[in-house]
Design a protein around this ligand. Structure first.
Ligand code: MEZ
Length: 526
């Protein structure tokens, strides 16, 4: 397909666009826009959950099926443990590594199990940065207020207060471990502004912030020789006679064998659910993002919060086909990149919150002002060459080297040509209910990072996820280690699974999917 005439519209409209910035929407206009266009408001995509802790609550059909799904293991599985530990961490992304490191630092005997390789996660793919109030004109209070507004005032205040207040100490910890955040000419930390924020607050490592953080955390886990099981997916939790968590059953994906791990405490850090492709959306998420922790937590009795709201990141790739759904970082909009429809018009303030920007893009495309590719996909332009025009040649190479290379692999030069984008399934705003120490209502079971819910309200702000992982990874790791030092190992039972199966039977729920999925549906059975 020859995009040149369409590119020409973007180039020709640039000067006029620079003279007009669309205003950020009032709260009333924001709500009206979102309710009309945001995928969270498509009634037909939702249904009530039939049974379990959230019986009667609405969520998307894909997640409802997962939560009501059946375990892959038989009720009579022999429960003789191959591992007996203080703290079992499930998941090897940012939250899992932070939890394991902090629990280990407290002297706990830790096992980290992850279903792919250590660091295979959304964390490693995070591009645009990590919000921490370190600038002189900023404060945790301001960070709290911005996040609350972005989350439609639905954030759990205690979780949010904890996160913003602990931000600066997290930055210090990561610097001490060796994370190379971007710096100003005077050597101070460089901060950028993200969508929905009133201050410059994003700490970055160009556009590979998550990769750099995970480089350091992964090395630290390996250097400390924290016992690690890779290609080992948690497929069921274990409960004791009082219903507290007492370990997990893992599936060794290489040998298809079950591994029983007895643990005084378990931390679920399995990340998001992009690979469920809710409502048919492509995703920015990694291959293993199948929401395993949600299904496991639900079955043992943990209520989930705000599972009717998901984040569709405004800029997922539309062209070339190899990059469909892949993240085009919000950082480009933060530095001034315009969103442009097929008529060469700006149609939204690019730094409005993600739900506003995504809804506006969907509106432009639905109302016929989008650009259609030869394969029938539709999107709008992100004017990347504008950064070279406004800030000088070489800006994209310097600030977004990963993005320049990612597109160059497929013959697109984002320094000279704009990028076609459309919202992509990026994040689940809700998740397992936790307290400020990451503990769920099921005793000795913790959840950290994207598996947990409540912190971000109905719309997460850019860069708050990386901070969430570090703060609640740390708090759950430390609390789990302290708890483990004070309690004996519980008996290992599958009582909760028996009860869950009875409940499914009582509600006449048949034809259940196997859950957790472990791998995306199109991967076949693990
Ligand atoms: O927090 C995020 O999701 C993020 C920073 C994404 C991005 O656009 O780079």
């Amino acid at each position: 397909m020859d995009f040149q005439p369409l590119y020409d519209v973007v180039h020709a409209s640039r000067d006029a666009r620079l003279k007009y910035t669309p205003p950020r929407l009032s709260l009333a206009d924001r709500d009206a826009l979102i309710q009309r266009w945001h995928p969270d408001y498509r009634e037909a995509a939702y249904r009530p959950i039939a049974f379990g802790p959230n019986a009667g609550d609405r969520t998307v059909r894909e997640l409802a099926a997962l939560l009501e799904g059946d375990s892959s293991i038989a009720g009579d599985l022999p429960l003789s443990p191959a591992h007996v530990v203080d703290v079992l961490v499930v998941g090897g992304g940012g939250a899992g590594c932070a939890a394991a490191l902090h629990a280990h630092g407290q002297g706990a005997n830790v096992l980290l199990a992850t279903k792919l390789r250590l660091a295979d996660s959304n964390s490693v793919m995070a591009q645009g940065g990590m919000q921490i109030a370190v600038a002189p004109d900023d404060s945790p209070v301001q960070h709290f207020l911005d996040t609350l507004k972005g989350g439609h005032m639905k954030n759990d205040h205690r979780l949010l207060k904890t996160m913003v207040e602990e931000g600066p100490s997290v930055a210090q910890w990561l610097l001490e471990l060796g994370v190379l955040f971007d710096r100003n000419a005077d050597g101070g930390l460089h901060v950028k502004k993200g969508g929905g924020s009133t201050r410059e607050r994003l700490l970055t490592c160009s556009d590979y912030t998550g990769l750099e953080i995970m480089r350091v955390l992964k090395d630290e886990v390996l250097n400390r020789k924290i016992p690690l099981l890779e290609f080992s997916a948690a497929v069921e939790l274990l409960s004791d006679e009082q219903g507290a968590c007492a370990g997990a059953v893992l599936l060794d994906l290489d040998n298809k064998r079950h591994i029983v791990a007895a643990a005084k405490t378990v931390i679920l850090a399995t990340g998001g659910i992009g690979r469920l492709h809710i409502q048919g959306f492509p995703t920015s998420n990694h291959y293993g993002a199948t929401g395993d922790g949600l299904a496991l937590a639900y079955r043992i009795g943990v209520p989930l919060v705000q599972i009717d709201t998901f984040q569709y990141h405004p800029s997922g790739g539309v062209y070339p086909e190899q990059l469909v759904g892949q993240l085009v970082t919000e950082g480009i909009r933060s530095e001034g990149g315009h969103l442009v429809n097929a008529k060469g018009e700006r149609f939204v303030n690019e730094l409005d919150t993600r739900d506003v920007v995504a809804s506006s893009i969907i509106r432009e495309c639905e109302e016929g002002r989008g650009v259609r590719t030869a394969t029938g996909r539709v999107g709008v332009w992100l004017d990347t060459p504008l950064l070279e025009v406004a800030q000088g040649a070489g800006t994209l190479d310097k600030h977004f080297p990963a993005m320049v290379r990612q597109y160059a692999r497929y013959g697109v030069d984002i320094r000279t040509d704009p990028v076609l984008i459309y919202p992509t399934l990026h994040y689940q705003n809700g998740g397992a209910k936790i307290d400020v120490n990451g503990e769920t209502p099921v005793r000795n079971l913790f959840a950290a990072g994207e598996t947990s819910g409540g912190l971000h309200g109905r719309n997460r702000l850019m860069g708050n996820s990386l901070l969430d992982l570090m703060v609640f990874g740390k708090r759950s790791g430390m609390t789990a280690a302290a708890r483990a030092a004070a309690i004996p190992q519980g008996m290992l039972t599958l009582n909760h699974l028996r009860r869950f199966r009875e409940d499914a039977g009582k509600h006449g729920v048949t034809d259940r999917v196997v859950s957790p999925l472990v791998l995306p549906a199109y991967a076949g059975q693990p």
